[in-house]
Write a protein that binds this ligand. Structure first.
Ligand code: FE
Ligand code: CA
Length: 518
């Protein structure tokens, strides 16, 4: 059943019944007359499939000062999809209710579309009209596709710089944006505000209203809106959409799990309300992992590396954030999991059955090892895949056993551009290369110094490239013969007029796991 149909029914029901539950005060504004536009957060599309795509917008005339307008009013929003940029050839139109219980967010899953083509769309509400968005469907599953271009991005701290990376992404001819987490940040870095003039405000979100306001603040950015309005997005989450370094039901403060899950539910719900996604979360549970395909050229799995993971190994009893222990026997525990048993099985079966030329994993953090040798012992970072080495081994062993062709992990989280080889035994030249990895930098969030990157690379020869001093994104250009990656970058502290250049280029050749300079 279509979401919008259900919403319409719900709205009709609540209007008819008058006083009932959460909808008791909802009433319809038949044709609202807006004094200022309610489409302040732009438009977006996502989850491109051969015959479907999800359109999104949200009515928010005063987005940061929630609720901004009469929060009890359900508003009818019309959508229209066109086959041409001039909006002369209508393909589909309809009406959905923007409901107060959804912060007046509108999600329109459209199916029955034609594969492998662009569409344009626009929303109207009363006298207000949204910007025009462009989207694109995936090619037919059996299509012999010659090319897939992906903009890989992650980690956009509002206060630490401007989202100029998205301005460049909006200008590029890519098929989709793959955003792999830290879409918002819950924590503030006031030191940056003096440079950028961008401030979160004084609070850290815990409630639904606070997470909504944080998302609205980020979505008010014109460059981010441009990237959303120009390309369909495929997304997964990392930690900061909820709170730094959470693992399943545990947060850094060891908050009572039931209470933390209420916070997680609020964060997931606000995330859904601001993203072109079809399915809302159910309380604290959200189905994040998904699979997409681009004809016979590529399969893309998006993974959830937060919700189902084991708690951190050898945690600090005072504050449970990622650690760098030099001795931690718990790391070798085979019951520890990054994806959870169900997602792990789903992924390994999917990879084993894949007939696509390229098999891409869109996931939040770095898969390749980054531990360093110190006088006290080997030091590893427990919040990334290094904290789940047995689970990483299972993933790579599955790729080896099924002889899965051309696997590339596309990650974020670590605020660096990186290119690496993935072996069953990291950094062991005797262990064959099984897959490849690219990390697309961070849009604005600060990374590690070049000194520490050089030290990390000294002990991890599988990591062929790592730059933590620049910000940016990565352009993946995938053809049947090769997957090319161009790291787009600008120095840290991205000003509003930042200029981007090419930091490095890498390529993975068909049939030869591992990254090479291009
Ligand atoms: Fe981040
Ligand atoms: Ca992160």
């Amino acid at each position: 059943m279509n979401l919008h149909r259900r919403d319409l029914n719900r709205a009709a029901l609540c209007l008819a019944l008058g006083a009932f539950g959460a909808f008791s005060e909802a009433r319809a504004a038949a044709a609202p007359r807006w004094k200022t536009t309610p489409f302040t957060l732009g438009v977006a599309s996502g989850q491109p499939r051969p015959e479907s795509v999800v359109l999104w917008t949200r009515l928010a005339p005063d987005p940061v000062a929630e609720p901004g307008f009469d929060a009890r009013v359900a508003c009818p929003v019309r959508y229209a999809l066109y086959a041409d940029e001039a909006l002369r050839q209508p393909v589909r139109a309809g009406e959905v209710m923007a409901l107060p219980e959804r912060a007046h967010a509108v999600h329109v899953p459209l199916d029955g579309l034609s594969p492998g083509r662009s569409y344009w769309y626009r929303f109207t509400c009363g006298n207000a009209r949204s910007a025009v968005g462009r989207t694109r469907t995936a090619p037919a599953p059996d299509a012999a596709v010659g090319r897939l271009r992906i903009a890989l991005a992650s980690c956009q701290h509002w206060e630490q710089g401007f989202f100029v990376a998205h301005r460049e992404i909006a200008q590029r001819d890519v098929d989709l944006v793959l955003f792999v987490g830290d879409y918002i940040y819950e924590g503030s870095s006031p030191a940056y505000t003096a440079q950028t003039g961008r401030a979160h405000g004084s609070w850290t979100p815990h409630t639904l209203a606070q997470y909504r306001a944080r998302h609205a603040l980020y979505k008010s950015d014109a460059d981010l809106q441009a990237a959303h309005a120009t390309h369909p997005w495929i997304v997964t989450l990392d930690d900061h959409e909820v709170v730094n370094d959470y693992a399943d039901d545990r947060d850094p403060a060891y908050t009572d799990p039931a209470r933390f899950l209420q916070r997680r539910a609020a964060a997931y719900r606000a995330y859904f309300e601001h993203m072109p996604l079809a399915l809302p979360p159910q309380g604290a549970a959200m189905r994040i992992h998904d699979r997409f395909n681009w004809g016979r050229l590529a399969n893309l799995w998006t993974l959830d590396t937060r919700q189902h993971r084991s708690h951190h190994a050898c945690p600090d009893p005072a504050r449970d954030v990622g650690q760098s222990p030099t001795a931690c026997a718990e790391l070798a525990d085979p019951t520890r999991t990054m994806l959870g048993a169900a997602q792990e099985r789903w992924l390994s079966q999917g990879l084993a059955a894949s007939t696509a030329r390229w098999n891409l994993l869109g996931q939040a953090t770095q898969v390749s090892a980054t531990g360093i040798d110190t006088p006290e012992g080997h030091q590893t970072w427990t919040d990334g895949w290094d904290g789940y080495p047995v689970a990483r081994g299972r993933l790579l062993q599955g790729i080896a056993d099924a002889n899965v062709r051309n696997v590339i992990s596309l990650g974020g989280d670590v605020h660096r551009h990186a290119a690496a080889d993935l072996r069953l035994l990291p950094n062991d030249p005797a262990s064959p290369r099984l897959a490849s990895e690219f990390i697309g930098g961070s849009v604005t969030s600060r990374g590690a110094s070049q000194r520490s990157m050089a030290r990390m690379r000294r002990d991890n020869p599988d990591v062929l490239h790592a730059r933590g001093d620049e910000r940016g994104w990565a352009l993946l250009d995938i053809t049947p013969d090769a997957a090319r990656c161009e790291f787009r970058s600008t120095p840290h502290g991205v000003p509003v007029d930042a200029v981007f250049g090419t930091q490095a280029r890498f390529v993975v050749a068909d049939g030869a796991a591992g990254v090479q300079r291009d």
